[in-house]
Design a protein around this ligand. Structure first.
Ligand SMILES: C[S@@+](CC[C@H](N)C(=O)[O-])C[C@H]1O[C@@H](n2cnc3c(N)ncnc32)[C@H](O)[C@@H]1O
Length: 283
């Protein structure tokens, strides 16, 4: 019997369930769209449409990758973040919904929308945070830093695709080691997983995301110590910073910032109520 869009969707969904994927319905639809070259609307409005052998084969190839727990974002090469459609790959962390709270904090803490300001993103990865900020602040310019050459290439691709390349300087650096400038806003989502915990994470993360993007050292705080120590020389007077933190890390990072002479406010919580972004200002 011929496969239809809905029967193929069901087959893929069952295979992903059996492989332990935790969002099998959604992922199956995304793989069906990409492999068969159909839109979500076509699947919903014309579910009994016959798919040809080439479409089945293409969906099958994508499904095998997902069964091996490769993230959907890597398979599709794209991820939606804030208002952006970003290119992603195995060299960058796939941007997470909770990181949108860093963007939101940054927008609320910076100067009025029309003021020209300079923004620094330390550990830019795909460029998600800095590109979202630049898109929403047309008078801002920024610097994106990452130590990974391949991440830097991805930021460049995204900046160009989004038409933001002329407002973004992209630098390969070890955090802010060679930066000699002060900013109106510094943002960062550094690696914060304890080294010993990485192998316990879901295979999508532990096997497919770059270690450099995950590994926060023995206690998870190695990057925060370096970044927070650098903030006083990176911020203009009264300028703001917003740092994403892992579960249970907010108070310790806040204390580090206060010790460095910065003032902090109540950390912002994510949709699960977890304190997720440490926010503060220079004196
Ligand atoms: C958790 S990822 C965040 C990526 C992106 N900002 C996001 O939120 O999706 C951390 C990033 O920090 C970068 N990184 C790790 N160590 C670094 C270092 N010493 N200097 C600069 N960047 C570093 C990694 O390459 C990675 O891209």
């Amino acid at each position: 019997m011929s496969e239809t869009l809905v029967s193929l969707w069901t087959d893929v969904r069952k295979r992903l369930e059996a492989a332990g994927v935790d969002t099998p319905v959604l992922d199956a639809r995304l793989l069906l769209e990409a492999g068969a070259g159909v839109s979500r609307l076509e699947i919903v409005t014309d579910p009994r449409r016959i798919v040809d052998d080439a479409q089945v084969e293409a969906v099958n190839a994508l499904t095998q990758r997902r069964e091996a727990r490769e993230p959907v974002s890597h398979i599709l090469g794209r991820k939606h973040f804030w208002t952006l459609d970003l290119a992603v790959n195995a060299n960058v962390l796939t941007p997470r919904p909770e990181t949108e709270f860093v963007v939101e904090a940054g927008l609320q803490e910076t100067l009025p929308a029309d003021a020209p300001h300079r923004i620094l993103d330390l550990g830019a990865g795909s460029g998600a945070i800095i590109l979202a900020l630049l898109k929403d602040r047309p008078n801002a310019t920024g610097v994106a830093v990452d130590i990974s050459e391949k991440a830097i290439e991805t930021v460049r691709v995204n900046a160009e695709q989004l038409g933001l390349a002329d407002r973004l300087e992209i630098r390969q650096d070890n955090w802010a080691a060679s930066l000699d400038e002060r900013f109106d806003l510094v943002v960062s989502n550094p690696p914060y997983i304890r080294t010993g915990d990485i192998d316990e994470l879901a295979p999508e993360v532990s096997r497919f995301e770059p270690r450099l993007a995950l590994d926060g050292g023995d206690d998870g705080f190695v990057a925060y110590r370096i970044i927070v120590a650098a903030l006083p020389r990176l911020l203009k007077p009264r300028a703001a910073f917003a740092l994403e933190v892992g579960i249970g890390q907010a108070e310790a990072v806040r204390a580090m910032a206060e010790e460095a002479g910065l003032s902090t406010t109540e950390p912002r919580r994510d949709l699960s109520g977890i304190p997720r972004v440490v926010v503060g200002h220079a004196a």
